[in-house]
Write a protein that binds this ligand. Structure first.
Ligand SMILES: [Zn+2]
Ligand SMILES: [Zn+2]
Length: 303
């Protein structure tokens, strides 16, 4: 099953050096989840060949503009393009006020149902579940209420060994039971042991998105053992004081977080506009945690 994330924006605060503000597109089993929606996200979707119409769920971490200024444009375009499919938006409650004001004064009545789910930054909770995954919030420590998100893939059904079943002429109608782990008794009394005809599915994967935060460890428990951890790394560690003042993280701290929480891979992003090239940030983090990559725009990472 596909479980991958494409980076649409990795800049903090302002768009600079061809870097756009935060946005990521998660593809889980061909369902699309947009995580944050900085200014220019629509253009980025087009640039990297994604259809906005495929997005059914949007998650906004907090109400600093670099994480949601692209949303009104995106929602409007969906309306203008004739979307009728519902969309669900998970975001701080005040965002609905902001959107309603914008729709009111542009006299826009959306053609499609927009379900707004307010999220609070008080305590972590599961906010979404479908057959593929669950999504839970991470309470981050930023200047305004801010949540990250954990995307936990669900355990899939067992995989049937098709060649063997075909060879023994086992009818297709038995496959669903085998996938669920059931031993079968055929009409002639033959018993098929599940373990002989199926293999276990892959271990479910975990992706955490930690946007703007002071790296204070308060949320580490919620991001244990990620297959891929995205963590903001706004500054180099020489700017630690500034990072602390602005409630952000350094590349070194992001790498230490990956180690402390047992992540397999680390993506760093939300780069300050002071960095024209990102290599120093990558080097700083990689020296501590080898499996670090830059969340560079247009890159897709398998989780
Ligand atoms: Zn930000
Ligand atoms: Zn912020």
């Amino acid at each position: 099953m596909k479980f991958e994330v494409t980076i649409l924006g990795s800049s903090s605060a302002t768009p600079v050096y061809n870097r756009n503000p935060s946005a990521q597109l998660l593809n889980c089993n061909e369902k699309f989840y947009l995580i944050d929606c900085g200014e220019g996200t629509q253009q980025q979707l087009i640039k990297y060949g994604f259809k906005a119409s495929k997005i059914d769920f949007v998650f906004i971490s907090h109400l600093h503009g670099d994480h949601y200024f692209g949303l009104i444009g995106l929602l409007s375009t969906m309306h203008l393009n004739g979307r009728i499919k519902p969309i669900t938006l998970f975001a701080p409650a005040a965002l609905m006020e902001i959107l309603e004001l914008q729709f009111k004064h542009s006299e826009t009545i959306l053609r499609y149902p927009l379900t707004f789910v307010p999220i609070t930054a008080d305590s972590p909770q599961q906010i979404f579940e479908n057959s593929d995954l669950t999504v839970s919030t991470i309470i981050l420590n930023h200047r305004i209420p801010c949540t990250g998100f954990v995307f936990n893939e669900k355990k899939r059904l067992r995989k049937v060994i098709v060649e063997k079943l075909e060879e023994e002429n086992i009818p297709l109608e038995y496959y669903p039971l085998l996938k669920r782990g059931v031993d079968l008794t055929l009409p002639d009394g033959t018993v098929l042991l599940n373990k002989d005809y199926t293999t276990d599915s892959d271990e479910p994967r975990k992706y955490a998105y930690c946007s703007d935060t002071l790296c204070d460890g308060s949320y580490f428990e919620l991001i244990q053992n990620c297959d891929t951890l995205y963590h903001e790394a706004t500054f180099l560690h020489e700017m630690l004081e500034r990072a602390n003042q602005t409630h952000h993280t350094t590349a070194l701290q992001a790498a230490e977080t990956a180690i402390k929480t047992g992540a397999k891979k680390l993506l760093i992003g939300h780069f300050s506009s002071r960095y024209k090239t990102l290599q120093p940030l990558l080097e700083e983090a990689s020296q501590v945690f080898e499996h670090t990559q830059l969340a560079q725009e247009g890159s897709t990472f398998s989780i």
